[in-house]
Design a protein around this ligand. Structure first.
Ligand code: ATP
Ligand code: MG
Length: 416
């Protein structure tokens, strides 16, 4: 028996309504904010993610699905969406378009991680990106978009944590302060953090290891090191969020896993879905487009993990919209009745109605049971007698009443 690859998921039909609910809600909200959809390739040149996500990040160091194709090119299955969107803008000469450029996507991503609840090797994201707007009003709008999606999904107990990680002007001093602080406790750090101390000291702040986390709690705080511009940006963001009635808390431990972030970073964190509780992460990445060979262009965005949103929806017992049920199921016995049934359901489908009839030649009793199971609103029973007389019983499944109608008038009876 061939089985699916570890860490991938089959989404069976009964799970699909959850995905559709989230995707439809996300599209609806994004479009209300004026975002257009973009679709980019599932795989890209590995170099794009090395530069765009950053060589020192866990994603690039340990989590990418990278392989050589038949032409010996290094290819990577996308671990995230932002780098591809940025590449596409540069490649299609869109960086001079009217600003801001506002894009959203619904994608699958691939990361080689230890599979567990809320963490898989292929997973699904809803993401948004805004380019060409460096003003904190843009940050507030992106954050409010994320918070609207969560509100429209009806998920309670999700907290918004915001922070600023400064810019290339003020971060080096903070970085030095962190290195100085953590170096004193070097032997209490986990092996990964010993490495991070050299390559990416900010990342020590979100290590899940107990001893590292305890040390991180006492570490210097970035907010004390922000330059005037970054500090002004952060306080404006807070007053804009206040005026948009988006509630938040400031959390200096939010540093985000990707290298391209500058200034604002944020996460939406859910209660009660276990260790993988960040349902959405995002931030500003004013250096990314230039890093990828484009002009200097501001950018800000987020990505939501769809599987984690589903966990939160289930945890909260939220009722999601039901899949459509057939208006009519025709039970038929004999080939003349089957022929008539097929023509009736086809006619209804042509008028936009969901209708079904028997395709497996079951007994009448089994057909009625099936009609009940698929939730048909009405059933029509057709046998040789009905075909001959031109009349049949139309049964309402909800009221368990039936009336005899001319078969020819079925559409009139159902559609009025
Ligand atoms: P984490 O800290 O959970 O590893 P991250 O910082 O690596 O998250 P991002 O790169 O910001 O995550 O991705 C945005 C969102 O995508 C996350 O908040 C999460 O909801 C989701 N996500 C990330 N990795 C996975 C995964 N392996 N499986 C399922 N969802 C994921
Ligand atoms: Mg991760």
């Amino acid at each position: 028996m061939i089985q699916k690859i570890r860490g991938t998921i089959d989404i069976l039909p009964e799970e699909i309504p959850y995905y559709r609910f989230i995707e439809n809600t996300a599209r609806k909200v994004a479009e209300k904010y004026g975002f257009s959809e973009i679709r980019t390739p599932t795989f890209e040149a590995t170099e794009l993610f090395r530069r765009g996500v950053g060589n020192t990040t866990d994603v690039v160091q340990k989590e990418m699905y990278t392989f050589l194709d038949n032409d010996n090119r290094s290819i990577t299955l996308r671990p995230e969406g932002t780098a591809s969107v940025a590449r596409a803008l540069i490649e299609h000469g869109r960086c001079g378009d009217a600003m801001p450029i506002k894009l959203y996507y619904l994608i699958n991503c691939f990361r080689y991680e230890a599979p567990q609840a809320g963490r898989s090797r292929e997973f699904f994201q809803f993401g948004v990106e805004m380019f060409g707007a460096g003003n904190p009003a843009a940050d507030a709008t992106i954050i409010s978009l994320g918070s609207s999606v969560i509100r429209e999904l009806g998920i309670p107990n999700i907290a918004l944590h915001i922070n600023s990680i400064g810019c290339p002007a003020c971060r080096p001093a903070y970085r030095d302060a962190l290195v100085k602080y953590f170096s004193e406790y070097r032997n209490q750090l986990c092996e990964s953090c010993k490495g991070r101390l050299k390559t990416n000291p900010l990342r020590l702040l979100d290590c899940k290891n107990e001893s590292c986390a305890a040390l991180a709690a006492g570490a210097p705080k970035i907010l004390d090191y922000l330059c005037i511009e970054c500090s002004d940006h952060f306080s404006k963001l807070q007053s804009y969020l206040d005026s948009m009635s988006v509630s938040y808390q400031i959390n200096p431990a939010i540093v985000r896993g990707l290298d391209y972030y500058t200034r604002t970073v944020f996460e939406f964190i859910a209660d009660g879905i276990g260790a993988q509780s960040t349902v959405c992460g995002g931030g500003r990445y004013d250096g990314l487009i230039a890093e990828l060979g484009g002009p200097q262009l501001a950018g800000i965005g987020f990505a939501m993990g769809i599987t984690r949103l589903i966990l939160a929806i289930k945890q909260a017992g939220i009722k999601i919209p039901e899949e459509p049920k057939p208006l009519l199921y025709i039970a038929s016995l004999g080939s003349a009745a089957t022929q008539r049934a097929l023509s009736i359901v086809e006619g209804l489908r042509g008028r936009g109605i969901y209708a079904e009839c028997d395709l497996v030649g079951r007994s009448l009793k089994a057909q009625m049971k099936y009609a009940d199971k698929i939730g048909a609103a009405y059933t029509l029973i057709l046998g040789d007698n009905e075909i001959e007389s031109g009349k049949a019983q139309l049964r309402s499944m909800s009221s368990s009443t039936q009336e005899e109608i001319p078969i020819d008038e079925i559409e009139k009876h159902l559609l009025g």
